[in-house]
Design a protein around this ligand. Structure first.
Ligand code: NOJ
Length: 742
């Protein structure tokens, strides 16, 4: 809220109406109740992407003409953007333009790495640019709204949608979500290359029980405010114009009918003034949740919760009029919600020119620009994380013979991952294509070896022959492109058995083994860790993935990605996060009473035999060079509440080649009124250095960074001593401290 508006509020007057508000109020005055409900309804054409139940049967064109379609999602055929818009503008009574939406979450035509991969760059500016490119391409197709960023953090790699988010940490995820909102929306919504961002899935969708999609979320309000809410909040503060309510229930109430979430927290506390859309069919699904008797009851719950727009189920348009006629829902409430939508449409400039998005000439000019592809290659390169490199097997030696093996080497879909609807296989550089373009002819062989989940006839034997004939075997293992994302939750994140067997057979040849892990989620790799000499996590790296990979394998660039989700040792450790709480009995080496337990329980899967630590921790990532962190200085060792703490450190490239690392700062609140995480990320910076060069990095920890949900439920600071660590992962050892005085 502006200062002027706040002053007016205190003085008891409301602020003068904006042009958008005046326009919306005038229009509302001319709309029938059904037309208002139509604006509050989003539908999908029959050919659109289906991510839920079919819902009720309708004829989209008839409804558009009747003014009953406020928004259309998931339209695939480009020519229909104009056809449907024309129908709405020319044939409906009031000619209100349609808002076209789609899930453009990691690129539109040019696909960037899946979001989890991009987060491993820790490169906020590049992520912002990628969202900008996506907005330019999407708007050139006719779209005005994307369902992104996904602000759900998650520590559960079984949950398929971790691929769509920015990892397990709220501090980093907040920065990246803000960058995406800024990239999509720019400074001016009415610019024809900016599109609406949508903060989703509100709320806490990333914490479903057992990692099962759509499952119940039950957590304390304190945990919600401490860990989950800050990411949504940051994206809303950045000006995101829309929010999507999630599928899950939260504290027993489905999010789409949860007035505490959608009104008390979102609007009253966070000051959100755009509009909320439900997730796909989520309003009607309140019947399955068992909180609504039928569609009418579901519509009532959603309306009472201040949910502005309903996605696909049709309960608003089918039951809204009756609810008003029966006096269950006041028309004033419908007006309030519909108005939120009309205002956003106005701010987009849709009323001024409904056809401002799209156009064949613009599409040809704006898509697949060379600089967009170059950005995708850079981000893909920065997103890949080197977790292991024994004997410096990487980069590959010049002129050496390389056996490329595995089910994904020529698979374009595996490059793009989930939500790649507008991508084209012919534009995607596969691993095979990228490698062939960079390495001399005759040095590479390509052998499939097995399918993702099963053996192929003679596959292992052929792979073994290829490895024997080469100097090094490079196996591309992991998961298919469509095995992460929605409805892709898994009960195990171990490598599929057929791939484990292929890996073991190739390792038995005695040749050095490099594993390229194509995946949309962290995987549990302890059981196969010793079979790999090197391990590079490639994620689903997007359009330029094959080229980016060749950049790294050749040594043209050094890997610089750092993990944003912990890689567990085994499934049983999940959920796993670096910022866990200490407990009253933290696991230490000195706990010798555990020895007597061990004697009694000598079975390997007992937690006493598995460290609590992951196989590869949050923040971790190697490069072809090494960095030292020295000269840590806490410039403000004692501060008052509200003051910043500045911390300085020197980073030096002590290796032989140029490289980039991510300097990370973690803190721990030693004694607080509620239990605090053992470490929390509070600063990071990418640092690129030539061999022998060094740089000073300055971190500033603000009072807001130290705030948490205190015992009294206030989100604020407390005085006391804080530990701090700086380094290249959450296990950083360079240590300091500071004190916040009363
Ligand atoms: C369901 C998904 O949960 C959501 O993320 C997506 O935006 C909608 N379907 C629309 O496709």
């Amino acid at each position: 809220m502006s200062i002027a508006a706040a002053v007016l509020m205190i003085a008891g007057c409301s602020s003068p109406k904006t042009d958008a508000e005046k326009f919306a109020d005038d229009l509302l005055g001319r709309m029938t109740l059904r037309e208002k409900l139509g604006q509050m309804s989003q539908f999908r054409p029959r050919s659109g992407v289906v991510t839920g139940p079919e819902g009720f049967s309708y004829d989209l064109e008839t409804m558009i003409k009747a003014g009953e379609v406020g928004s259309i999602l998931s339209l695939r055929e480009q020519e229909y953007f104009e056809i449907y818009q024309r129908l709405a503008v020319d044939s409906s009574r009031l000619g209100i333009p349609i808002l076209f939406a789609h899930d453009i979450i990691h690129g539109c035509k040019v696909i960037f790495p899946i979001n989890l991969g991009s987060s491993c760059t820790w490169d906020v500016e590049s992520v912002k640019q990628s969202a900008r490119v996506a907005a330019v391409e999407a708007s050139a197709m006719g779209l005005a709204w994307t369902f992104s960023p996904m602000c759900d953090i998650s520590a559960d790699p079984r949950w398929g949608r971790v691929s769509e988010g920015s990892g397990e940490d709220q501090y980093l995820a907040a920065k990246l979500s803000v960058a995406m909102v800024e990239g999509y929306q720019g400074d001016d919504l009415s610019d024809s290359t900016t599109i609406l961002a949508c903060v989703k899935h509100f709320a806490a969708y990333g914490a479903p029980e057992a990692g099962r999609d759509y499952n119940t979320v039950d957590m304390s309000e304190r945990m919600f405010r401490d860990r989950y809410l800050p990411v949504y909040q940051a994206a809303i503060d950045a000006g995101a114009a829309t929010v999507m309510s999630s599928f899950n229930d939260f504290d027993g109430i489905p999010a789409s009918g949860n007035k505490w979430l959608l009104k008390t927290v979102l609007r009253d506390e966070l000051g959100f003034d755009g509009f909320v859309v439900s997730d796909y069919d989520a309003v009607h699904e309140m019947v399955n949740h068992g909180v609504a008797a039928d569609g009418a009851d579901a519509a009532r719950l959603a309306l009472e919760a201040y949910l502005d727009m309903e996605m696909t189920s049709g309960d608003y348009i089918n039951h809204g009029e009756q609810l008003v006629q029966d006096g269950v829902i006041p028309e004033k409430l419908i007006d309030e919600l519909c108005r939120n939508i009309l205002i956003v449409k106005y701010e987009l400039g849709l009323f001024e020119d409904p056809f401002r998005y799209g156009g064949a000439e613009r599409f040809a000019r704006e898509t697949y620009k060379p600089e967009s592809i170059a950005l995708a290659r850079k981000i893909a390169r920065e997103s890949m994380v080197l977790l292991k490199n024994e004997g410096s097997v990487l980069p590959l030696k010049e002129g050496g013979k390389v056996a490329m093996i595995g089910p994904f080497i020529s698979d374009a879909r595996a490059m793009n991952g989930t939500w790649d609807g507008f991508s084209e296989a012919k534009r995607t550089v596969t691993i095979e294509q990228g490698m062939r373009a960079r390495f001399p002819e005759g040095t590479l062989t390509f052998t499939r070896g097995c399918d993702a989940y099963s053996h192929i006839d003679g596959g292992v034997e052929a792979a073994v022959r290829a490895a024997r004939a080469a100097d090094v075997a490079v196996l591309t293992l992991g998961l298919p492109g469509n095995h992460s994302g929605e409805t892709s939750s898994m009960t195990s994140v171990e490598l599929p058995q057929a791939q484990k067997e292929l890996l073991a057979a190739v390792k038995a040849t005695g040749k050095p083994v490099v594993v390229l892990l194509v995946t949309g989620r962290p995987m549990a790799l302890e059981s196969v860790d010793e079979l790999m000499d090197a391990l590079l996590v490639v994620w689903h790296p997007g359009t330029a993935g094959g080229d980016a990979l060749a950049d790294l394998l050749s040594g043209d660039y050094s890997p610089s990605g750092h993990l944003t989700m912990s890689f567990p040792r085994c499934d049983g450790q999940i959920p796993i996060r670096y910022n866990y709480k200490s407990t009253g009995r933290p696991l230490t080496k000195e706990m010798d009473y555990t020895q007597s337990h061990k004697a009694k329980k000598n079975y390997q899967t007992c937690y006493l035999f598995t460290p609590n630590s992951p196989l590869y921790p949050f923040g971790y990532g190697l490069s072809y060079t090494q960095f030292s962190f020295t000269d840590l200085q806490v410039l403000d060792p004692e501060v008052a509440m509200g003051e910043d703490v500045r911390v300085k450190v020197r980073v030096t490239n002590v290796g032989e080649v140029p490289g980039t690392t991510v300097a990370q700062l973690y803190i721990r609140d030693k004694v607080a009124s509620t239990t605090r995480p053992v470490r929390e990320l509070k600063g990071f910076e990418r640092v690129s250095l030539e061999p022998g060069a060094s740089a000073e990095v300055l971190f500033t920890i603000t009072a807001a960074d130290m705030a948490f949900c205190r015992e009294d439920m206030k989100f604020a600071q407390e005085p006391g001593e804080f530990g701090l660590w700086v380094g290249e992962s959450c296990e950083a050892e360079l240590e300091g401290k500071f004190i916040v005085k009363e």
